[in-house]
Write a protein that binds this ligand. Sequence first.
Ligand code: FES
Ligand SMILES: [Fe+2]
Length: 344
Amino acid sequence: MPDGAVDIDDLLETGLINNWYLVCRDTDLGDTPLALKRLARDIVLWRDGKGGVHCVEDFCPHRGARLSIGQVCDGFLTCAYHGLQFDGRGTVVATPPTPASPIVGQRLARSFPAEEAHGVIWVFFGDALHDDPPPLVFPDEFSTGEWSGFVDIRVFECNYQLVRDNQLDPIHGSYLHAGTHALSWGRKDADFGFEKTADGFVIWRTNQQGVNLDRTWVFHREGSGYWAISDLPFPKNEGGGMVRLFRYPTPIDRDHSLVWNYRLQKRTGWRRDLWRFMYKNRVHDRGAEVMEQDRLALSSIPRDARKRENLLPCDIGVARIRRLYRDEMARHVEALAAAGLAAE
Ligand code: FES
Ligand SMILES: [Fe+2]
């Protein structure tokens, strides 16, 4: 690579900037500051006591202490070291040791917009050109009131791109997950149809539908990630019907990912109650077995595998999602360069 050239692949290792990411469950954040690493950045979240959730870099701009070892006072994040206070925009609201300090009123802590929705907390990781984020947009199923379900969240010891590829690789269900509760049926060979859509793309098995992971598509809105959505028919002893999976991974650092997965069913009345009962009593644990298989497989892939792999026609979703991420990162780098800024 020539001197000064930007390494898109290296930037992609820690995630697409200018997107909302799921960072934790809403119940993970109580009354005290919560330290997290997401997109290889140390962040701290807190509640202001009035219903607001806030997030700034876990670094005090006074002399560098971790803000997460402090506390929340009057809704402001308060550093443990000398008591400086910050609001959710990263503005210094008080410097108690020197009350009339000129830094009061300045935005010195790097802030990240945060929202609480659908049982979790979302954070927007923006660059200098995106101080105000685009709205966080969910697939329609989250707002119609007809769908009900749960979110599963766990940590994998691998780069998030392996998780993302895996979510757009439905044929692995017929191999890695053969013998599990909902993925034991159907053909082993896959002939995929592919179509671009306004949201991204859709892939489907032309030789089988409604048996296994036979249809997967991407839902994309600017700033709201690339949701991989799949339909999965469920066995009768788990209530039957079709479960729709919604997910895209959140990078933690180059070697760890937060893997989250909403499992929703379109159910009303007693069927909805039955689905929720079955999920808690059966589906969650059986789903955990499937996720563990994914975790083992993805954690087994060495970091340099991309340089030595050989894609097959059944990897069409993998090839396509990689392209979408790469194109978006290239656009991000270009926009920054046009403004005289470097990507970080
Ligand atoms: S380092 Fe935070 S107030 Fe001094
Ligand atoms: Fe899987």
